[in-house]
Write a protein that binds this ligand. Sequence first.
Ligand SMILES: [Zn+2]
Length: 235
Amino acid sequence: MNILAIGAHPDDVEFYCAGTLLKYARAGHKVFITLTTSGNIGSNVIVGREEIARIREQEQLESAKLYNNAAVRFLRNDDEGLLDSPKLRSDLIDAIRWASPDVILTHFPGDMSTDHNVTGTVVGRVMLSLPGKNVPATEAPMTTAPALFYWDTAAGLHFEPEAYVDVSDTMEDKLRGLGMHKSQFAWLSTFQDVSLTEHSRILGSFRGLAVGRKYAEGFRAYRIHGYMPDWKLLP
Ligand SMILES: [Zn+2]
């Protein structure tokens, strides 16, 4: 299968679904990543938004190698300024068509981070446009209907998983990938006490508790007529 993870910022894919992506990659599936922004305000130390974006894209490209060299597509919208727009819709349609995924993983629309909820919301909004020939987009229309699953939120707020993936065997590599987003450790420590990797381990452990496993990642599903969740597609 082709698996597409769509995040708002560099580090979101590693933080929210890397345990699951690593399982897909190890089972021989092809992984693709798309980011709606390059996180260009995500530092108070690096000088200049272009330089922040450049460093963070590099960190994302490095961590993408963990999933058998996942292909990465950057949409390069401004960080914390994402809005639903015709351009974002056509860029996301093109990104999805480019990956031709069987499964899409993305942010939950109820996530209170603006870029997260706009990304998750707009991915849901373009699902019915994927096969349309007359949709403003450049990639060829899809002839198959991908499944769309939403990953967890930071600290699990506003999110009750409907399904869980046991990531006990991929958690340490997930944390290694997260550690590659070096620029984010100084940034996030300016407003929270728990590091990115500690936070991820706690959330994985908490979700694991619900299903009697050491670590798990939780998911919910997108639903619309013709797109009911097929949970068997999760690893
Ligand atoms: Zn984010």
